[in-house]
Design a protein around this ligand. Structure first.
Ligand SMILES: CC(C)(COP(=O)(O)OP(=O)(O)OC[C@H]1O[C@@H](n2cnc3c(N)ncnc32)[C@H](O)[C@@H]1OP(=O)(O)O)[C@@H](O)C(=O)NCCC(=O)NCCS
Length: 200
């Protein structure tokens, strides 16, 4: 099985929204409130707007397995308000909206996408890949720990976001194929990290 990663284009927006809806249903069927709007998860409309912006800024990527879209990730240097410190943001790339199509679960597509984030971080001279995970989804926390991340902390309990479990992994602890990002557009990073509204 070959996993290839390419930048997302505008025509991928429907696919990315479908993946979000597919996995939201999967989560609900497992009894998780992750991504549910009742638990302050993003509405699909807000999600679509955020991804549209990210796609146009070359921040969103598609993993293909044998030429078929199998997953997505958005990688930039922005995070919800009051999660990471400015110093942490300045030395990291942040992962958002990591989703793998259920049809490709169990084939390490997510690991490839996370490794791509590490390769991009390295190419930008940043040392950390960081992300926030749904605070109460301990199975998801276990997934990131198996993927080599450590729980940095649970962000301020007064934070309104339901996604406050902060995970990080140093890029040096990754076997990164730096050649993989060579032909891709490198989005200039914000001079000062921009913070998004605090929502899951
Ligand atoms: C997280 C994800 C991208 C990982 O993809 P992957 O590396 O290809 O790994 P898999 O899909 O095979 O999942 C690995 C394990 O983690 C579990 N897992 C992954 N996301 C989970 C979640 N949100 N809640 C509970 N368990 C989860 C899977 O059930 C699987 O468990 P198993 O090995 O017992 O079957 C993918 O599972 C996914 O799309 N999950 C739902 C969306 C999500 O939570 N994204 C992360 C947001 S921070």
């Amino acid at each position: 099985m070959t996993v290839q990663i390419r930048p997302a284009a505008c025509h991928d927006l429907d696919l990315i929204c479908r993946l979000r809806l597919q996995r939201s249903s999967w989560l609900a069927a497992r009894g998780s409130d992750q991504w549910s709007t009742a638990a302050s998860g993003l509405s699909i409309d807000y999600f679509a707007c955020a991804v549209r912006r990210a796609v146009s800024d070359w921040e969103t990527w598609i993993a293909e397995v044998n030429g078929e879209p199998a997953g997505t990730i958005t990688i930039n240097d922005r995070a919800d308000r009051e999660l990471w410190t400015m110093a942490e943001l300045a030395d990291s790339l942040i992962v958002h909206y990591l989703i793998v199509d259920l049809r490709y679960a169990g084939h390490s597509v997510g690991q490839h996408l996370l490794a791509h984030a590490a390769a991009l971080a390295r190419a930008h001279g940043r040392h950390w890949v960081r992300l926030d995970a749904w605070t109460t989804n301990y199975e998801l926390h276990a997934y990131y720990q198996r993927a080599g991340f450590r729980l940095a902390r649970i962000a301020d309990p007064d934070n309104r976001s339901p996604s406050c479990a902060l995970f990080e992994r140093h890029v040096d602890r990754w076997l990164v194929d730096d050649g993989g990002v060579g032909g891709f557009p490198m989005t200039p990073l914000a001079r000062y990290p921009i913070v998004l509204p605090a929502l899951g």
